[in-house]
Design a protein around this ligand. Structure first.
Ligand code: C2E
Ligand code: MG
Ligand code: MG
Length: 231
C-alpha cells in the first residue's frame, strides 16, 4: 500500500500500455484497450492482477483510475493533434462505479483535454449503477468485460446501457477443445440479439481468429495481433 501510494505520488512508475482490437473482417484496428503498468524501482514490473485488488482494498483505486484517465487523455490529445482519431477503452473497477460523481469528474477531464466522450469506452465487470447510466448518456460507450466469468447475469444485458460484449479469454482458449466453439457462438449471437458488438479476448492463434470470423464474431484482441505496448 505504501509503495502504491508513493507510485501514485511520484508519477514516473505508472504508465499505460495499449493493446489494439481488430475488426475480424477488415483486419483494421477499431480501438485500443488501455492497460495500466507499474514499474517499481526495486521490484520491477508488478502485474495489474496483483496491484488492482490492493488498490481496491485500500481505496487507492479512485486515485489510480484518475491517473489512468489523465495518462490516457493526455496521449489521446497528442494522437488527435496528429490526426489519429482512435477510441480507447479504460477499465473501471466496481468501486469507481459506486462513486456518485464519477461522471462529473470524467466530463471535466474530457473538457480539460479536449477529447470527445465518444472516443472513450469504459470496460466494466460489475452490475449497473446510476453513475454508469450517466456516463453512457455523455456519449462514451460501455463494454462488459470478461463476460461469462464475471458477476453479470444475462438479464443485465437487457437492463444495462452496454454497447460491447467482451467474451472472456477462457472461452476463447476453450475453442481449441471439442465443443468449445458452441459457447462462443452462443455468446456472439446473444451479443448481436442485443445489438452489441461481440469482442473475443485473448486471441493467440490464427485458426481461432478465422473460426471466430466465420461464426460472426466482430472484433478480436490478443497476442496474435499485438501485446499491450507503449503508445
Ligand atoms: P482485462 O481488462 O480483461 O484485460 C485483458 C488482459 O488480458 C490484459 O492483462 C492483457 O494483457 C491480457 N491479454 C490480452 N491478450 C491476451 C492473449 O492473447 N493472451 C493472454 N494470455 N493474455 C492476453 P493485464 O494487462 O495483465 O491486465 C489484467 C487485468 O488487470 C485486466 O484484465 C483488468 O481487469 C485489470 N486492469 C489492467 N489495467 C487496469 C486499469 O487501468 N484499471 C483497472 N481498474 N483495472 C485494470
Ligand atoms: Mg478490460
Ligand atoms: Mg477482459
Amino acid at each position: 500500500e505504501t509503495n502504491l501510494r508513493r507510485a501514485l505520488d511520484t508519477g514516473d512508475q505508472l504508465s499505460v500500455h495499449y493493446q489494439p482490437k481488430l475488426d475480424l473482417n477488415t483486419r483494421t484496428i477499431v480501438g485500443l484497450e488501455a492497460l495500466l503498468r507499474w514499474h517499481h524501482p526495486v521490484r520491477g514490473n508488478i502485474p495489474p492482477g496483483d496491484f488492482i485488488p490492493l488498490a481496491e482494498q485500500t481505496g487507492l483505486v479512485h486515485l489510480l483510475t484518475r491517473r489512468v484517465l489523465e495518462l490516457v487523455l493526455d496521449q489521446m490529445r497528442t494522437w488527435l493533434a496528429e490526426g489519429q482519431e482512435i477510441q480507447v477503452a479504460v477499465n473501471l473497477s466496481a468501486l469507481n462505479l459506486a462513486e456518485p460523481d464519477l461522471d462529473r469528474k470524467i466530463a471535466d477531464l474530457l473538457d480539460e483535454y479536449g477529447v470527445p466522450a465518444r472516443l472513450l469506452e469504459f470496460e466494466i465487470t460489475e452490475r449497473a449503477s446510476a453513475t454508469l447510466s450517466r456516463i453512457a448518456a455523455m456519449g462514451s460507450t460501455i463494454a462488459l468485460d470478461d463476460f461469462g466469468i464475471g458477476n453479470t447475469s444475462i438479464s443485465q444485458l437487457r437492463d444495462l446501457p452496454i454497447d460491447t460484449l467482451k467474451i472472456d479469454r477462457s472461452f476463447i482458449v476453450d475453442m481449441a477443445t471439442a465443443g468449445g466453439e458452441v459457447l462462443v457462438k452462443v455468446v456472439t449471437d446473444l451479443a448481436h440479439e442485443f445489438e452489441m458488438v461481440a469482442v473475443a479476448e485473448g486471441v493467440e492463434e490464427a485458426d481461432i481468429a478465422e473460426r471466430l470470423r466465420a461464426m460472426g464474431c466482430d472484433v478480436a484482441q490478443g497476442f496474435l495481433y499485438a501485446r499491450p505496448v507503449p503508445a
